[in-house]
Design a protein around this ligand. Structure first.
Ligand code: PLP
Length: 485
């Protein structure tokens, strides 16, 4: 195992600052006092805040040690399928921290916020261009929030046509947020099965699409990493029956600059700026899930809209049929700055190249590992590939064991047990970030784990062994979280 970047003994235990502190210790010195002292009125002071007394190195080491318990894309390959854990250029963090942006207040009048409004306006235009849509709202704070906005828009559209529809078609490969968003809007999600190739067949959709169905939610490429080849035909079937097509754009990293969902029948689509457009998101936020629509749905977008008139930008609440406001102020502005910086610094050609490399890397991994892991659908993939534990199960080794053992080799595990249509799935998304050498090292680690699964399954059941904490009791950790370390 010596060739891998796995963890070593240099991971420190670290208590809480309160347990570490000693009365009277300090991390700073103040200049000599040159005014007199006055006794405080003790009745006003109480006991004072319960801050521990610490020296400067104690504080520095505390936080450095805690940071070393963590794993991020800045530490190594993070092949978490469906999440697009790619490297985000630090330049965009720098842009988001420019003083004019960090000092801006959302309550400033439009006349004093022209730069911020222009950035948002132009980002909307860029995202419309990338998706092939006509209008965009940046308000939603995440992919799921964008889905909710999209569902509300679909609901408003049918309402404006005087038709109340009750169902939404959702493929069996969909992310869990899809049926949840539909249900939040009062729709009944109706599952449609993918075919043996792992994609939707027009016939299966035609069979259940009726005048009670408001539309379909399609993720493209889907969560098996496969392109929904029949999307045009499916869109036609749905449109003919008066429904709309929702595009889940979380997997946009595979098709930027190559396929525009607006050109192939999608009416509403969300993007995950925190997946595709340069916002780190391992810690859970903030993100942004802009919702992009075709012209006929623009009037339903959330307010305020950003308006441009002869180079002057303003906010308009003038939209009688809008679904209303769905976020405080205008959404997560910092994430928008990073996306804007990313798109402009990459340019059209490089965005396309990023997608091409993401797809190339995933296909390379698929080809390298398909002899050792069972491949669920053996065909060219997009930005991620899905294996399963079918072969290793014969030795009593499961996907979870494999994922935990990969940690010992210094890799963040892939996504496990999702998508649900593949039993024991192992979903690998390398992204465009990784070099061939890094991917080869990951492949070798997977092969080493698979060899261990055959020769010494017990090793995998005990994994991870080289980490600060071993295998957690996940149920107990959720029900009775211990938050003090
Ligand atoms: C991540 C993801 C979502 C949800 O996005 P969040 O930003 O996590 O709310 C929806 N669909 C797919 C396919 C995803 O991968």
């Amino acid at each position: 195992m010596t060739d891998f970047s796995g963890t070593t003994g240099l991971i420190f235990n670290e208590p809480l600052l309160w347990e570490k502190g000693r009365k009277g210790r300090t991390g700073m010195s103040l200049p000599r006092r040159d005014v007199g002292t006055y006794a405080l009125d003790e009745s006003l002071c109480g006991d004072g805040p319960d801050f521990p007394d610490l020296s400067e190195p104690e504080v520095a080491r505390h936080y450095v040690r805690l940071s070393q318990w963590n794993f991020g894309v800045d530490s190594g390959l993070y092949p978490l399928g469906s999440c697009t854990m790619k490297y985000n250029p630090k330049l965009n963090e720098k842009m988001a921290s420019l003083q004019g942006f960090t000092g801006a207040h959302p309550l400033l009048p439009a006349e004093l916020s022209q730069g911020a409004l222009r950035l948002m306006f132009e980002l909307e235009r860029l995202l419309a261009e990338i998706t092939g849509m006509d209008a965009v709202s940046l308000q939603p704070a995440a992919g799921a929030h964008g889905e909710l906005a999209g569902m509300l828009i679909i609901h408003a559209y049918h309402k404006s046509n005087g038709a109340a529809r009750s169902k939404i078609i959702v493929p069996d490969t969909a992310h869990g947020t899809n049926p949840a968003s539909a249900a939040l809007c009062g729709y009944k999600p109706v599952a449609v099965k993918s075919n043996e190739q792992g994609v939707l067949s027009p016939e299966a959709v035609a069979e259940i699409m009726d005048s009670e169905t408001a539309g379909i939610m399609i993720t493209n490429p889907n969560t098996l990493g496969l392109f929904e080849r029949s999307i045009r035909e499916i869109a036609e079937i749905v449109h003919k029956k008066g429904g709309l097509v929702y595009g889940d754009g979380a997997n946009m990293n595979a098709v930027m600059g190559i396929v525009r969902m607006g050109d192939i029948g999608v009416d509403v689509q969300h993007l995950n700026l925190h997946k595709t457009f340069s916002t780190p998101h391992g810690g859970g936020g903030p993100g942004a899930g802009p919702v992009c629509v075709k012209k006929n749905l623009e009037k339903f977008l959330p307010v305020p809209r950003i308006i441009e008139n002869h180079g002057a930008y303003s906010l308009s609440y003038d939209s009688a049929e809008s679904i209303g406001k769905i976020h405080a102020f205008y959404g997560n502005f910092g994430v928008m700055i990073k996306a804007y910086g990313y798109i402009l610094s990459m340019g059209a050609e490089s965005l396309k190249k990023a997608s091409q490399l993401a797809v190339l890397n995933a296909n390379y991994i698929k080809a390298k590992l398909k002899d050792v892991f069972h491949l669920a659908y053996d065909q060219p993939c997009m930005h991620e590939c899905v294996f399963s534990d079918k072969l290793q199960k014969q030795n009593g080794v499961t996907t979870l064991d494999i994922a935990k053992r990969l940690i010992d080799y210094g890799f963040h595990p892939p996504t496990v047990y999702f998508p649900l249509v593949v039993s024991g799935s192992i979903m690998i998304e390398p992204t465009e970030t990784e070099s061939k050498e890094d991917i080869d090292q990951f492949v070798e680690a997977c092969k080493a784990v698979v060899a261990e699964a055959k020769e010494n399954p017990e090793l995998l059941h005990a994994a991870p062994t080289r980490t600060k904490v071993r295998r957690l009791d996940e149920t107990n950790a959720t029900r009775h979280p211990c938050l003090t370390g």
